[in-house]
Design a protein around this ligand. Structure first.
Ligand code: ADP
Ligand code: MG
Length: 318
């Protein structure tokens, strides 16, 4: 059976994800029509995944469908936003219905879990390319931004750092644990955590490119610096072992792909933040402090200062 373009869109993309009351008109017309809730600001982000740059050729399509939405939802999480809608621009080398069905399974599983409705998109032919835009809401003026960090803020991260990098290093190898592999393939967007930190965090970012790089963005935007307490970094046993054996901190500091949140919290709101974090299954760990001196210092518990490994991935650096 070969589907026409219209049938393909109807079959794979109409009714994907949650079915929301604020979608007046979803997939099928020239545009979607959406009802904005009063008292909210719209928070919007887009991310593109390109074959051979962000994922290997022949990556499992269900994994891709999941992850390409997950990395976008992670951006909403970092703003403290509640997700609502998504659009999907897909460029495909050919119409492979099995591939599309698996991709849509991964996508809609996550979309449904977080109340996101697919409201439109575009389908074109060419080298595989997945572009997703997400839309969410925050109460006016409450979004968590990169430029809000203040001197004396305590730096926290959700979850654990370095597992995704470990899985990536071991691609094709035998020693990647299922847990680390799942952190790479199926990151959990920290949406509830981001929303819970609204009102207590001064700044937030999600860790896509590595802690040094992403905390660096907070520091730059806020005009501050930071010290990281290396021995406080939350890592799995496998990552701890890697650090110890290789004397290499790059997994938690610069490997990226963890999609945890890094937030800065003023001292007077720490108790409140830690109280709210009691409900975080992934945990919330204090890892450093915001300081006046620019740059990021990596301090061991014994007082030794580490030379940080080179920071995160940049597309246009040589
Ligand atoms: P137009 O030519 O008017 O842009 P399209 O044929 O591109 O219309 O799309 C028809 C409808 O299908 C639109 O509502 C569009 O949003 C939706 N659509 C197309 N591709 C996708 C996709 N990959 N995911 C979700 N919706 C899609
Ligand atoms: Mg179109």
């Amino acid at each position: 059976m070969s589907l026409s373009e219209f049938e393909l869109i109807q079959h794979f993309f109409a009714n994907s994800g949650a079915q929301r009351a604020d979608v007046t008109l979803g997939v099928g017309d020239d545009c979607a029509i959406l009802a904005m809730p009063t008292g909210k600001e719209l928070v919007v982000s887009i991310d593109t995944l390109v074959e051979s740059v962000h994922f290997f050729k022949d990556t499992d399509p269900e994994r891709l469908g999941y992850k390409s939405l997950a990395v976008n939802l992670s951006d909403l999480a970092a703003m403290g936003a509640r997700p609502a809608w998504a659009t999907l621009a897909l460029t495909l080398p050919s119409v492979d219905e099995d591939w599309l069905a698996a991709f849509c399974r991964g996508f809609s599983q996550l979309a449904t879990a977080y109340g996101v409705q697919l409201i439109g998109g575009d389908t074109t032919k060419g080298p595989l390319n997945i572009s997703i835009q997400v839309h969410g809401f925050v109460d006016i003026g409450t979004a968590l931004r990169r430029d809000g960090a203040q001197l004396g803020d305590v730096i926290y991260v959700t979850g654990r750092l370095g597992d995704a990098g470990l899985a990536l290093q071991n691609v094709g190898g035998m020693d990647t644990s299922a847990a680390a592999q799942s952190r790479l393939d199926r990151p959990i967007p920290r949406l509830a955590e981001g929303q819970a930190l609204v009102g207590v965090a001064n700044a937030a970012i999600d860790i896509s490119d590595g802690l040094l790089s992403d905390l660096g963005h907070i520091c730059q935007a806020s005009g501050v610096g930071a010290t990281l307490y290396m021995d406080n970094l939350p890592c799995s046993q496998a990552v701890h072992d890697h650090i110890k054996v290789n004397d290499d901190w790059s997994l938690p500091l610069s490997a990226g792909d963890d999609y945890e949140l890094c937030v800065t919290i003023p001292p007077e709101k720490r108790a409140e933040a830690e109280q709210r974090a009691v409900n975080f299954e992934c945990g919330l760990t204090q890892i450093g402090r915001i300081e006046a001196a620019p740059g990021i210092r990596c301090l061991r518990a014994n007082g030794q200062q580490l030379q940080p490994p080179s920071s995160g991935y940049e597309h246009f650096s040589s």
